[in-house]
Design a protein around this ligand. Structure first.
Ligand SMILES: Cc1cc2nc3c(=O)[nH]c(=O)nc-3n(C[C@H](O)[C@H](O)[C@H](O)COP(=O)(O)O)c2cc1C
Length: 199
């Protein structure tokens, strides 16, 4: 039988918001800390402010300019290497932010047969409308979205000055989501190794 084991699951944590004064990094740092505490995962924080992507796509068949290639080069290989993704997203007008969709659309096979978990935040709905729409988008890209979502409803009342939610139920929700994510990440990594996903 082929050896399908590997090291810890490489997990790209993508911050969906690029807004000046955004709250996203607080949430991303919190879930990244959870990942860092696990022996079965490592985290790579993908911040679209630090590594912005262009918003104009090249014509079909056209090679991207050197400038565009350099911008993609700072993000695409990291998504390609990831065994799993965690998307941290707020809710903008009952959906997800445009820079996040842009980052998703620049890529294709980087998402194939890989699991995606979500941490969302917002007002009353906790960003869940953004998450449900992301599930539809990611299905088109052959990704597998994880059932449990960590969602922060009226997040301003949940996070303390230390950048962490005081309620231990939030940590339990993070563990449940990451446990499911790692199950799928192992299963899909092993499966891709035995039978490369080609569609
Ligand atoms: C353009 C825009 C649209 C928003 N729409 C919603 C919304 O539909 N539902 C909601 O709960 N919050 C909404 N909000 C509030 C955001 O949840 C809140 O501003 C949050 O901090 C945004 O995340 P960020 O700070 O990481 O950018 C909206 C905010 C912006 C900037």
């Amino acid at each position: 039988m082929a050896d399908v084991t590997d090291g810890p699951l490489r997990t790209a944590v993508i911050i969906g918001s690029t807004r000046d004064g955004r709250f996203g990094p607080v949430v991303a740092d919190w879930i990244t800390e959870h990942i860092a505490q696990r022996e079965d995962m490592t985290a790579d924080l993908v911040d679209l402010v630090r590594t912005p992507l262009p918003t104009v796509f090249p014509a079909y068949g056209q090679t991207p300019s050197d400038e565009v290639a350099a911008q993609l080069g700072a993000v695409s290989p990291r998504l390609a290497e990831a065994d799993a993704f965690v998307i941290v997203t707020p809710e903008y007008n009952h959906s997800f932010p445009a820079p996040l969709k842009n980052a998703i659309d620049w890529h294709n096979e980087q998402w194939h047969a890989k699991p995606v978990g979500f941490v969302s935040y917002g007002g009353l709905a906790g960003g869940l409308r953004a998450v449900e729409q992301l599930r539809v988008v990611l299905a088109e890209l052959h990704a597998v979205t994880i059932r449990n979502t960590v969602s922060f409803h009226n997040y301003g009342e949940i996070f303390g000055a230390d950048g962490k939610p005081a309620d231990p139920a939030c940590d339990a929700a993070a563990k449940a989501m990451l446990d499911q994510l790692t199950w799928w990440a192992h299963a899909l990594r092993d499966a891709r190794r035995v039978r490369p996903y080609a569609v």
